[in-house]
Design a protein around this ligand. Structure first.
Ligand SMILES: [Zn+2]
Length: 118
């Protein structure tokens, strides 16, 4: 029965460690060290962290936002495949010839005007 008590105590402290790590991350502190502190002290560490001032100043927050913006724009340009104009114009029952811009029916494999294959 003593083992159950120890295990539930550890689970209890792990919950505080997880909360401490999350809260430290939000406040701009080292989440790893605060997780360890909350694991050791339980609610005391968590209360201390909750009472601690937010490390982020408006200027550093702006830098983080800029970094995130740069990352997101990199990601979007990298993930987006370059769509050729011919496939963009391809809509409905017709397709537009990439050579002469002639409208052709979807059933035609080559342009009726210049013979260019789509
Ligand atoms: Zn054509």
């Amino acid at each position: 029965m003593a083992i159950i008590g120890i295990i539930s105590g550890i689970i209890y402290l792990i919950i505080f460690a997880a909360l401490g790590s999350w809260l430290a991350g939000r406040k701009g502190y080292s989440s790893g060290s605060w997780a360890f502190l909350c694991f050791l002290t339980g609610p005391i560490g968590l209360i201390a962290l909750a009472g601690a001032p937010c490390q982020y100043t408006s200027s550093s927050l702006n830098e983080i936002i800029k970094k995130l913006d740069a990352k997101s724009s990199e990601g979007s340009s990298g993930s987006k495949p370059v769509t050729p104009m011919s496939s963009v114009r391809l809509s409905g029952k017709t397709w537009t010839c990439k050579k002469c811009q002639e409208e052709n029916s979807a059933t035609a494999n080559s342009c009726k005007s210049c013979g260019e294959y789509r």
